[in-house]
Design a protein around this ligand. Structure first.
Ligand SMILES: [Zn+2]
Length: 443
C-alpha cells in the first residue's frame, strides 16, 4: 500500500477434499502465496495477515481461549509461522481472543526478531457483545528502527507453531496400548507413619501406611513405567542405591526427598522417579507434577514465613535434582536473591541472564546442553549456559553467602552431613510439616 504496510490475506476455508470447492483453499494455494515472499533473503515478515480461519494450535504456550482449542487449520498455522506477521487477525469462530505475543526466533540460537500477535474477533454486532473491533496504530516495519522492531515484551511466549515433537502427542492412547500393559512399578516404603498412629486425619481418605497405599494404588490404576539407568544411580527411586529414609513424598512421576547435607531444615529435592538427566528431557506430565510439588512447597514455606528458591544444575549429573531451598521472608527480598545470583555469577565471569517467565527451557537449552537455572518465588527465571567449567556448589554458595542466608560454612554439603539418626529425625519432621500440602494422598 501507499503507507508501506505489507498485508496479506487468505479468505475461505481449507478444503477437506480434492478438488477444492470454490470457496476453499489447499495447502498448495498457500505455498504459492508464501514462496515468492519468503524466497527473498530480505524477507523478515509481514505487518498484517488476515485469515478467515484460525491457525490450529495457536494457543500453545499462551493464554487459553474458550472452547476453541481444537478449531482452525494446520495450513494456516504453517502460513503464519512462515510469514511472521506482526499482527494476525482471524474470525470465523465468533469468539474474541487475544493471544500473548509470541517469538519468531529461538532465544540464544537465532538473532532476535519481531514478535507476532494473534487476535481473533467475534462477528460484527453479535448479541453477546463480544469484541469485534480492534483499533491500533502501526508503523510499517520497513520504516522502523531495527532495535525497536525486535523489542521483546515481558509477556512474550514461545512460538506456538514450533513445538518439539515430544509435546505434540495429543491423540489419546489406545485403550490397550502395550505401554500400559507393562508390569506396574510399585514403591513400598515405610515412611514412619505407623508409629504416628495416623490420628491426625484431616478429613482426607488416607491409607494407613505406604505399603497399604501401594496396594491401594495397584488396585486403582497402573503406575507408569519409568526409564531405567544403565548403571547404578543414587536417585532412581527403584534403584538399590537410593537412600529411602530421605524420601518425603512419592507421586506418580516424581518424588520429594530431604537434601543430603541440607542447607536449612526444609531444603528438599524434587526428583523424577525415572532416570532423566534434566528438566528439558521430561515429558509434559512429569513437568506438570514437578510444578505441583513446587507449588505445594511454596505453600508450606509461606506458612513458615519463607520464600522459595529453586535451582537446577544440569552439569556433571546423571539424574535430575531440582533443589528447593526456603529463605526467610524477613531475611531478604526476592530482589536481594536475584542480585546475589547475578553479582556472584559476574564475579566468576559467568553471564547469567534473566529469561522471560513464559520461556520454555527446551527452546533455549536443547537436551544435552549443560546449564544452571534459578527460579525465584516471583516466577522470575535466571539462566546460565555452562561454558567450560562450573563451580559445582554454585547454587549453595550463593544462598549460603552473607547477603542471603549468611551461613557461608554450610556452602559445602559435606560440611553439613548428618548422622543417619539425625537424617531420620529431620525427615520425620518434614513429612509431618509437608503432609497437609501433599497432593499425592488425594487419590
Ligand atoms: Zn537415575
Amino acid at each position: 500500500g501507499v503507507s508501506g504496510l505489507q498485508i496479506a490475506y487468505v479468505s475461505g476455508q481449507e478444503a477437506l477434499q480434492e478438488p477444492a470447492p470454490a470457496h476453499c483453499f489447499t495447502s498448495k494455494d498457500l505455498s504459492a502465496l508464501v514462496t515468492p515472499l519468503t524466497s527473498s533473503s530480505k524477507f523478515r515478515g509481514l505487518d498484517i495477515l488476515l485469515t478467515s480461519q484460525w491457525p490450529r494450535g495457536v494457543w500453545h504456550y499462551g493464554n487459553t481461549p474458550v472452547n476453541t482449542k481444537s478449531c482452525g487449520s494446520s495450513s494456516i498455522a504453517v502460513l503464519a509461522d512462515k510469514l511472521k506477521p506482526r499482527y494476525h487477525f482471524a474470525a470465523l469462530e465468533g469468539a474474541h481472543y487475544e493471544r500473548l505475543p509470541y517469538r519468531n526466533h529461538v532465544v540464544l540460537q537465532e538473532n532476535a526478531q519481531h514478535v507476532s500477535r494473534f487476535i481473533a474477533l467475534a462477528t460484527v454486532g453479535n448479541p453477546a457483545k463480544k469484541k469485534y473491533l480492534y483499533a491500533f496504530n502501526i508503523v510499517p516495519m520497513k520504516n522502523m528502527d531495527p532495535t525497536e522492531l525486535v523489542k521483546q515484551p515481558q509477556d512474550v511466549t514461545e512460538n506456538p507453531y514450533r513445538r518439539p515433537a515430544k509435546d505434540k502427542k495429543e491423540a489419546p492412547k489406545p485403550a490397550f496400548s502395550t505401554e500400559e500393559e507393562e508390569p506396574a512399578q510399585q514403591f513400598f516404603f515405610d515412611l514412619g507413619r505407623k508409629q504416628d498412629g495416623n490420628a491426625r486425619g484431616r478429613g482426607r481418605k488416607r491409607p494407613s501406611d505406604w505399603e497399604d497405599r501401594g496396594r491401594h494404588r495397584q488396585e486403582q490404576h497402573r503406575q507408569p513405567r519409568h526409564p531405567q539407568p544403565s548403571g547404578p544411580c543414587w536417585f532412581c527411586l527403584a534403584s538399590p542405591q537410593v537412600e529411602k529414609h530421605l524420601v518425603i513424598s512419592i507421586g506418580t512421576h516424581c518424588y520429594l526427598a530431604l537434601a543430603k547435607g541440607a542447607l536449612t531444615p526444609r531444603h528438599v529435592l524434587i526428583l523424577p522417579i525415572g532416570h532423566y538427566q534434566s528438566v528439558v528431557e521430561l515429558s509434559s506430565e512429569v513437568v506438570e507434577e514437578m510444578e505441583k510439588y513446587k507449588s505445594s512447597l511454596r505453600n508450606l514455606y509461606k506458612s513458615k514465613g519463607e520464600r522459595c528458591v529453586v535451582f537446577e544444575r544440569n552439569y556433571r549429573s546423571q539424574h535430575l535434582q531440582l533443589q528447593v531451598v526456603p529463605v526467610p521472608l524477613d531475611r531478604c527480598t526476592t530482589e536481594d536473591i536475584k542480585e546475589a545470583f547475578m553479582v556472584q555469577a559476574q564475579e566468576q565471569r559467568m553471564e547469567m541472564m534473566e529469561i522471560p517467565q513464559h520461556t520454555d527451557l527446551k527452546q533455549i537449552a536443547p537436551p544435552g546442553t549443560p546449564y544452571f537455572y534459578v527460579e525465584l518465588d516471583s516466577g522470575e527465571k535466571l539462566f546460565y549456559r555452562i561454558q567450560k567449567h562450573f563451580p559445582l556448589q554454585f547454587g549453595r554458595e550463593v544462598l549460603a553467602s552473607e547477603p542471603l542466608l549468611n551461613i557461608p560454612t554450610r556452602a559445602d554439603w559435606k560440611e553439613c552431613k548428618q548422622t543417619r539418626e539425625e537424617e531420620e529425625q529431620s525427615c520425620k519432621q518434614l513429612r509431618d510439616d509437608f503432609q497437609p500440602y501433599d497432593f499425592s494422598w488425594e487419590d
